[in-house]
Ligand binder design. Structure first.
Ligand code: PXP
Length: 272
């Protein structure tokens, strides 16, 4: 599917109409000022619902535009080798219609690199991928894949795409991210998120903090994500080295009850 053929889809016009209707009332460009923690919303699971019936709704592109209007400063999606949720069509429409920042998660394969060079998102997040997994299960093993990543990353950067690496809160892995030339890292918060409040979770939080400080000292921009929700975001949002959070499941689950705009606004409030 080409950029041109996507442009002719009727949904494209519907979405632009929807945005122009609301843009003046709700969109606040001051929200993009630096100096605060940004929320990027991962909209994969709107596509998961769509694919449950191989239908054309709900449209993740429309959901993404509404998330932006509610204060999201970036939209994230993951195009998987099996295309279980997000598809090329979504990527081209995101690229054409988003007002903030498009971050596409993908494996470091040749197929995915070609897609990235075609779509030209603002950021590519390199993640490990396993066919049978329900969601990304851990950070990329950067230390063991340095040669491949050093080969893979420059073409993306030459095309003006920033490269992020999803990485476990591990000092050596983060140093390896710097060594392979990443622009930024996203620290995997899954271990912290999976634990209940208590001593063990406090230790996981310290690991995230230490990793964020290390990343900043290496000159990397440091983001965090995975498993973050309305209850566990508080302590993580107090880490000053973190500038952005990538949150999907909890926001999409809440939006099924209260709507995407309210669900996003509630999370933005918690980051203030
Ligand atoms: N960051 C990465 C790299 C991910 O793969 C995901 C899940 O797609 C997320 C963040 C968001 O995680 P969650 O859906 O648990 O908020």
């Amino acid at each position: 599917m080409t950029f041109k053929s996507v442009k002719s889809l009727s949904i494209y016009n519907t979405i632009n109409f929807h945005v122009s209707l609301f843009a003046f009332d709700v969109y606040n460009p001051m929200q993009n000022m630096e100096g605060h923690m940004r929320l990027s919303v991962n909209v994969d699971h709107f596509a998961t619902i769509r694919e449950a019936r191989r239908s054309d709704e709900p449209d993740p592109v429309l959901a993404a535009l509404l998330a932006e209007l509610a204060g999201a400063e970036g939209i994230v999606c993951h195009i998987r080798a099996d295309r279980r949720h997000i598809k090329e069509r979504d990527l081209f429409l995101f690229r054409q219609s988003l007002k903030t920042k498009l971050n596409i998660e993908m494996a470091a394969t040749e197929e995915m690199k070609r897609i990235a060079l075609d779509v030209k998102p603002d950021v590519v997040s390199l993640v490990p991928e396993r066919d049978e997994e329900l969601t990304t299960e851990g950070g990329l093993d950067v230390a063991d894949n340095q040669e491949h990543l050093k080969d893979h990353i420059p073409a993306l950067q030459k095309a003006g795409i920033k490269v992020s690496i999803f990485v476990d809160p591990d000092i050596d892995q983060i140093t390896a991210c710097r060594d392979v030339g990443a622009n930024l890292i996203e620290i995997n918060t899954a271990k912290y998120s999976d634990l209940k409040p208590g001593e063990e979770r406090d230790e996981a939080l310290v690991e995230v903090k230490r990793s964020a400080v290390h990343g900043r000292q290496l000159g990397l921009e440091v983001h965090a994500g995975h498993g973050l929700d309305y209850k566990n975001i508080g302590p993580i949002a107090e880490i000053p080295e973190l500038t952005e959070f990538s949150i999907g499941f909890s926001i999409i689950a809440r939006s099924a009850i209260v709507g995407i705009e309210k669900a996003v606004r509630e999370m933005v409030e918690l980051l203030k």
